[in-house]
Design a protein around this ligand. Structure first.
Ligand SMILES: *Cc1c(COP(=O)(O)O)cnc(C)c1O
Length: 226
């Protein structure tokens, strides 16, 4: 019997305040699970592997908004550029340039978020706050007509200490305010704060999240064997 996607989806949705959107993270879950959520009205789905995403995007309804939430290699951008709605984890000017180039080829504008590295894990991707300041100060992004910077994304440390997680979200929220004031005060689309996953999204919402990325709490545990 299929996992209770419908019940779990509504439990998550009901716990989100007005104005916070849900990215249903469907990586490693079958198309049937995506469709179960889709049939309940969910339209934004997150994936983190190009081939899996491209396969699902081709097979599933065209009005799904796909977000690429994982680390994206520059040589993979061309495959998702025709249809991707948002690249959430841009962590270098090189990647941003490639998205600009591929989006231009398809005469599209692709929404992106800059990924911050705030968590203490050394393995996580993302820009330090200073690297992010530098990327924005350099200003090359202003010349890019086919990408639109819509906000920031981050992952908190994978720890049990709620205080630490809350303080990382708070750091990201303050940094968002800094960048918003300095570069995007007149850009209403620069508004997304993508933080919060299954284990910490209620806390993320308390600390300014506008977009939570939730997988396990909706679709159950991922099976990595396939
Ligand atoms: C897998 C993933 C998620 C969802 O994680 P869950 O713990 O299953 O909710 C969120 N964000 C990113 C970047 C991910 O890779």
């Amino acid at each position: 019997m299929m996992y209770d996607v419908k019940g779990c989806l509504h439990r998550v949705l009901n716990s989100l305040p007005e104005g916070v959107r849900l990215v249903a993270v469907s990586k490693f879950h079958p198309e049937e699970y995506v469709m179960a959520a889709y049939d309940e009205g969910q339209r934004i789905f997150g994936e983190s592997h190009e081939q899996e995403l491209s396969r699902k995007a081709a097979a599933l309804p065209a009005d799904i908004e796909w977000h690429f939430i994982g680390h994206l290699q520059t040589n993979k951008v061309k495959y998702i550029a025709p249809y991707i709605n948002m690249v959430e984890a841009v962590d270098s000017i090189r990647l941003l340039r490639e998205i600009e180039k591929q989006a231009a080829r398809h005469d599209r504008c692709i929404d992106v978020l800059l990924e911050l590295h705030i968590a203490e894990e050394t393995t996580k991707y993302g820009l330090t706050l200073d690297e992010c300041r530098q990327l924005l100060a350099d200003g090359e992004w202003r010349t890019m007509a086919h990408v639109r910077l819509c906000g920031l994304m981050m992952m908190a440390s994978n720890v049990d200490d709620e205080q630490q997680i809350a303080s990382e979200f708070e750091t990201a929220a303050r940094f968002f305010d800094e960048v918003k004031a300095q570069y995007f005060a007149d850009a209403p689309y620069f508004r997304e704060r993508s933080w919060g996953m299954s284990d910490d999204y209620p806390l993320a919402v308390q600390h300014g999240s506008t977009m939570v990325r939730v997988g396990t709490a909706i679709f159950g545990p991922r099976v990595y064997s396939n």
